[in-house]
Design a protein around this ligand. Sequence first.
Ligand SMILES: NC(=O)c1ccc[n+]([C@@H]2O[C@H](COP(=O)([O-])OP(=O)(O)OC[C@H]3O[C@@H](n4cnc5c(N)ncnc54)[C@H](OP(=O)(O)O)[C@@H]3O)[C@@H](O)[C@H]2O)c1
Length: 233
Amino acid sequence: MRTTTDHGMTIAVVGATGMVGSRVTDEAGARGHRVLALSRKPADTPTGNSNVTPLAVDTTDADALREALAGSASHRAADAVVLAVRTVPVDERFLVGATRTVLDTAARLGIRVLVVGGAGALRSPGDRDLLVADNPAYVPPDIKAVAAAGVAQLRTCRSHTDADHVYLSPPALLEPGIRTGRYRRGTDTLLLDADDRSWISAEDLAVAVIDELETPGADPLITVVHDGQHSPA
Ligand SMILES: NC(=O)c1ccc[n+]([C@@H]2O[C@H](COP(=O)([O-])OP(=O)(O)OC[C@H]3O[C@@H](n4cnc5c(N)ncnc54)[C@H](OP(=O)(O)O)[C@@H]3O)[C@@H](O)[C@H]2O)c1
């Protein structure tokens, strides 16, 4: 895998039409990387960036996924893959299965995987023994199943010894916002910003995703939080 932007990477984004995936696609394209933008229903409207190739692929279809990542006459093989899928309502079996399929496929092709997962998989600030998924301060009862699915997804990654992967847990609050280009990075514990809030914009999370792909760190579990001004009210 190339690790610098010298010639640009080819980055497959699985879930490219989603809140996170669309920002990752934009960030990668803006930095001159080629993007394979995977989802079941690719966007109708062109992105305006000729570096972006939309591909209709269902992550549960291992053959279609492998074909997309391995490259073809019309597009280059992926150097890295970002997994950013989810379903509403949450479907833990789907999430775990899709994650395993992506890890299996990437391992065979020798490409790195960055999983955009859930905050629930992190440890609580101030109490390392308490997972965020089990902490009512961050996870109210109505989203406990979503948080538990993220924990199961991280477990799937940890038990996959063949694939080269990193799991990025967002802060508790991840929402569309503005791109500041700044964030703080941590590992296995939820981070809080200067106002004691656990949040980041999806745009800045995308910055962190592409930074991690361009300059891979050694940590298998990372997290980020907003840094600086522009905190929402
Ligand atoms: N605070 C937090 O911890 C937090 C907050 C928000 C999100 N997240 C995480 O961030 C990740 C992305 O979430 P998001 O909000 O960006 O999701 P989203 O907006 O709902 O988008 C989901 C994407 O997944 C695609 N998708 C769904 N099923 C698929 C399948 N079988 N094959 C291929 N693509 C499929 C969808 O496109 P199609 O329907 O066209 O396939 C769409 O592009 C998830 O892991 C989510 O849990 C975490």
